[in-house]
Ligand binder design. Structure first.
Ligand SMILES: C[C@H](O)[C@@H](O)[C@@H](O)C(=O)COP(=O)(O)O
Length: 186
């Protein structure tokens, strides 16, 4: 599939399914040595095929749409984790709740145990910094592909945008379940 179309489709789905709201979060795809990334200040819903920023892996870009302010984090992840070809960063509600509680999200369901294994809390670094990317790289791997960014939101990496989407959905579902179970704790 054309990378621009791929990014458009999965951004739309994430927005319409409520994983991304307002102008929060960003999404990117690494294909043929180019990074296709949401433009800064746009919502996932507005990632139209012709509004996508394209960057080289060295961070240079020349297009009409300024890349997401989180491009240093995306670059750092693609450089250091070569299996990663797609990235989702959202502020999905329940996962972000845990990010502000500064608590890793416990994993309960068999599905989450199989596909997520664990959901680490990644210590705070300034949004928009490559330091944030470095923290992500220290916590994610081929095995653990999702995490929550302290005081910020979620981070999910994968081989395709489709994979990132399903992992993001499962991450949010796990956070929602953990939150509701917490309410029953004595
Ligand atoms: C400070 C921003 O909200 C930050 O969290 C960023 O990650 C974000 O969600 C949207 O920024 P861009 O529109 O520049 O991708």
């Amino acid at each position: 599939m054309q990378p621009r179309f791929d990014l458009f489709i999965w951004s739309q789905i994430a927005y319409l399914r409520g994983l991304a709201r307002a102008k929060g979060g960003n999404i990117s795809l690494f294909k043929d040595n180019k990074i296709y990334i949401k433009p800064s200040g746009y919502s996932f819903f507005d990632v139209l095929p012709w509004k996508i920023s394209i960057m080289d892996i060295d961070g240079t870009f020349k297009n009409n749409y300024k890349p997401s302010s989180e491009y240093p984090m995306h670059l750092e992840i693609y450089r250091k984790l070569p299996f990663v070809k797609a990235i989702f960063h959202t502020h999905s509600f329940y996962a972000t709740l845990f990010a502000f509680l500064k608590s890793a999200i416990p994993v309960f369901t068999e599905e989450a145990r199989i596909y997520l294994k664990e959901i680490p809390l990644i210590p705070f670094a300034q949004p928009g910094s490559s330091e944030l990317g470095k923290r992500v790289v220290e916590h994610l791997s081929n095995d653990i592909q999702v995490g929550i960014l302290e005081n910020h939101g979620t981070i999910v990496v994968g081989k395709t945008l489709k994979e990132c989407y399903y992992l993001s959905e499962l991450l949010e579902e796990s956070a929602k379940l953990a939150w509701h179970l917490k309410l029953f704790e004595k």
